[in-house]
Design a protein around this ligand. Structure first.
Ligand code: UDP
Ligand code: MN
Length: 370
């Protein structure tokens, strides 16, 4: 090989090598981001804004009108009412804790808007036994003074009607106490039973999506989807309203995110990488404006089905998909663990009030499978 040729070859190598190296780095960068969902997010659901779904714009969300006559404590921007907890996320969504808001002021803003709130609850199989306490305590604490319509999905409609009759006087108490408010409305939606609790839990998203499309759109403003094995103990009201609302799980909020029980298999559409994640949210309570919850339910259901085709069931079923969704689609309001505590857990000092909490249950007794 001549000296000239040799020079040419080593020059070529000197140029090609770095280019190859760069291409390699670019490829691994793109692959990582693709896998972690920065590009694609989850599998795109069937178009959420198809002709079946046509939401009217909600005006009250953009325009908050307060009464000129209401007097209340001066708010401060230098002295927080809560200094023991964080009350705003890094994307500037409020985190709702007792003491951070004025309930009278909030109610006075929302009451003239005549807003309506739907709540969904599933009572399939033996879970009907939780309904009575759930409904009676909802009547006492959940959006008192506002139009609330509870949709009960069950395979045992007869039992629900018995609960309704037994609780009737309770459920209509609101009307008697405050003539301006309306009682809880209740609709029973029959659904098939199942011999796998995982399936019951997973099917919720699909049924919520269908309910919004077929019954709620343009009739209701907000929706909250709640676990039935729970009771209300304190106010859950207008402070919780937002476009997309998530509740922080009581079990993990002091932990490092690497310990959150997200779905960790990259093959799943619910996958969350070890160094990703804001908070671990509850599958047992979430909500928001109809169109936002519709988008959430549609995405989670589509992703759940895509996983099922590959034989994958996410670690915590729809809770895993919800957490994946909320990582990308940030909630506009985050509710503290006051909004879903667990009865077996001693109350932590920062939790000044427990508003809603899961009751202690014997899984072997009530679930169709273990
Ligand atoms: N569920 C039901 N029947 C079942 C299992 C679950 O109706 O056999 C519904 C019910 O609304 C319940 C929710 O799915 O609150 C979630 O299941 P569960 O409360 O058992 O989960 P956990 O809160 O214990 O994680
Ligand atoms: Mn539960």
């Amino acid at each position: 090989m001549s000296f000239k040729m040799h020079l040419l070859t080593s020059r070529t190598v000197a140029v090609i090598l770095p280019v190859l190296l760069l291409l390699g780095m670019l490829y691994s960068y793109i692959w990582r981001h693709y896998r972690d969902g920065i590009f694609g997010q989850e599998v795109r659901p069937a178009d959420g804004s198809s002709s079946r779904v046509d939401f009217t714009i909600v005006n009250h969300w953009f325009h908050l009108v307060a009464s000129d006559y209401l007097e209340y404590q001066q708010p401060s921007i230098v002295q927080g009412s809560r200094t023991d907890v964080v009350t705003v996320t890094p994307w500037l969504a409020p985190i709702v804790w007792e003491g951070t808001y004025n309930p009278e002021l909030l109610d006075s803003i929302y009451r003239p808007q005549n807003i309506s709130i739907a709540a969904t609850v599933f009572a399939v199989g033996k879970y009907t036994k939780f309904l009575r306490d759930f409904l009676e305590t909802a009547e006492q604490h959940f959006f008192v003074g506002f139009k609330v319509h509870v949709y009960v999905f069950t395979d045992r409609p007869k039992e629900v009607h018995q609960v309704k009759m037994a609780s009737g006087r309770q459920l209509f108490k609101r009307a008697a106490v405050d003539s301006a408010s309306s009682p809880l409305q209740l609709t029973v939606v029959p659904v098939p039973g199942s011999n796998r609790w995982q399936e019951i839990s997973a099917r919720r998203m699909e049924l919520i999506q269908t309910l919004i499309e077929e019954k709620l759109q343009n009739h209701m403003d907000y929706i909250f989807c709640l676990d039935v094995d729970s009771k209300f103990h304190g106010r859950w009201g207008t402070e919780s309203l937002g476009a997309l609302v998530a509740v922080i799980h009581p079990g993990y909020y002091r932990d490092d995110r690497s310990k959150f029980p997200y779905e960790r298999r990259p093959e799943s559409t619910a996958y969350v990488a070890p160094r990703k994640g804001d908070f671990y949210y509850c599958g047992g309570a979430f909500g928001g404006l109809l169109q936002e919850v519709h988008r959430l339910a549609n995405t989670c259901r589509t992703n759940f089905e895509a996983d099922a085709k590959k034989g994958i069931e996410a670690a915590w079923q729809e809770e895993s998909h919800l957490n994946r969704y909320m990582l990308i689609n940030k909630p506009t309001k985050v509710l503290s663990p006051e909004y879903l505590w667990q009865d077996f857990k001693p109350r932590n000092p920062e939790v000044r009030i427990i508003r809603f909490s899961g009751v202690i249950k014997n899984y072997a007794d009530i679930r169709p499978n273990v």
